[in-house]
Design a binder for this molecule. Sequence first.
Ligand SMILES: Nc1ncnc2c1ncn2[C@@H]1O[C@H](COP(=O)(O)OP(=O)(O)O)[C@@H](O)[C@H]1O
Ligand SMILES: [Mg+2]
Length: 254
Amino acid sequence: MMNMHLSESTMNILRNRPLFRENLGRSGAGVWYAGDDLVIKTNAPGTLKRAYDMHSFLFPSGLSPEALHYESGETDVLILRRLEGESAVSKTHLSDPERLSHALGNEAFRLHAVSAENCPKYYLTNEWNERFSAKSFDELEFDPSYSSFLGITEKDQAYEIAKNGIAHLSQDTVLHGDMCLPNFMLNDFRFTGFIDLGEGGIGDRHYDLFWAMWSMNYNLKTNKWSEAFLSAYGREKTDMEKIRVFASLVSLGI
Ligand SMILES: Nc1ncnc2c1ncn2[C@@H]1O[C@H](COP(=O)(O)OP(=O)(O)O)[C@@H](O)[C@H]1O
Ligand SMILES: [Mg+2]
């Protein structure tokens, strides 16, 4: 099943739980269910530390599963409590997009309302600025599949929007960092937690809003639920121009 060496402390937590491979993971990580109550994730050395820190930070607010163990060796190993239910891309959940958009909007709002004061110090806005300023226009590769749903179809256009907008992004909000439907878990539409927090940190709320909208557009094959999502989140807190800045940055590979 799992052809890698697990340390004694990992084995002590897993005990004799049978392992089942999870097939939905897309990031190159290995994900296994251990018995019916635990999940074990493995990936390259160092890559799961941020996820462990962010899970440990958000679990007490009821926003993510408890992280039981992290270790780094030949590979990284992260053990999480298994959440009830299924991800938002299950058949049940995709069959009622309106209810799903409301749930995601409400929980994104709740996540962004967490005080950043004690959040692990991963500063995403600094990371975006560093990556953007490290490359010239010609070095950037443009992929319109991240921005065309917002009408941004040309590289020049994306570059202008990104260049003019990046200086106005804030760095004050706790972010999920990969807010897409497969990372949003529900039990028959009742939220059970956000997973996959390895790109979380402190940044501008519109980053998560952009990814949620992109993911709804991608998985539901229409953009018509974005409105429902944004009104559940709170229209007064959202700025479409900043969402367009992230569509541009992401389409340029930042
Ligand atoms: N704590 C958990 N509880 C329940 N299911 C989980 C949990 N963690 C992961 N999963 C399942 O495994 C899938 C992949 O896990 P994820 O951490 O998102 O990996 P990846 O980085 O490959 O996207 C999720 O979409 C979800 O179905
Ligand atoms: Mg995931």
